[in-house]
Design a protein around this ligand. Sequence first.
Ligand code: G6P
Ligand code: MG
Length: 222
Amino acid sequence: MWTKACIFDLDGVIVDTAKYHFLAWKRLADELGIEFTERDNERLKGVSRMASLEIILELGNKHLPIGEKEELASVKNRWYVEYISKMTPEEILPGTLDFINVLKHNKIKIALGSASKNTPMILDRVGMKELFEAVADGNIVHKAKPDPEVFLKAAEMLGTDPAKCVVFEDAAAGVEAALRAGMACVGIGRKEVLGAAHTVVSGLNEMNLEKLIILEKQLGYE
Ligand code: G6P
Ligand code: MG
């Protein structure tokens, strides 16, 4: 195989944590008297915690000093952690484990690349901690997607040439980050949102080795 490593985003690719982020942000928005819908929540995918708060405050036309914003972000995170601490392996999205096992069987390295500072807790709760050879998350990476830092860091941790990595991403900002890292990118979700990716599938249950080989050919890597 030309591909040497696959790097997975966490939220929305491996687990559906968007619903827990929504519950926690909604609770905060309600307390602040700001109207916040599931549609608004779409804008927060792949966006860092503080940038997410900024978007919500903007929806309510509220301007707060940085100290208060930090306090609100940590209140939201406490609620979010309450929800994710109850996650179970059943919440791993369909097809994820099968696909990862096929990759491992074919000597392709596996890494995680996520902005979330809660990555270690989520991987632990769903029992996937041991599966990844490298984890680049919000605790070690500081530039938010679309900056390529998170994926470049994952490649560096694996000792793999970025050009031989394939990223799996559900957020437009993440797709841009992968492309800026010089990596191949499979969008997970809808074409209308992830059109910049080299190919788009609806979920990891739609991925297999054959599709990866087709992608390699499409990119001229053989
Ligand atoms: C991911 C999610 C975002 C979330 C960000 C930070 O990128 O898609 O919705 O805001 O991680 O997560 P954290 O768990 O650190 O608040
Ligand atoms: Mg995501």
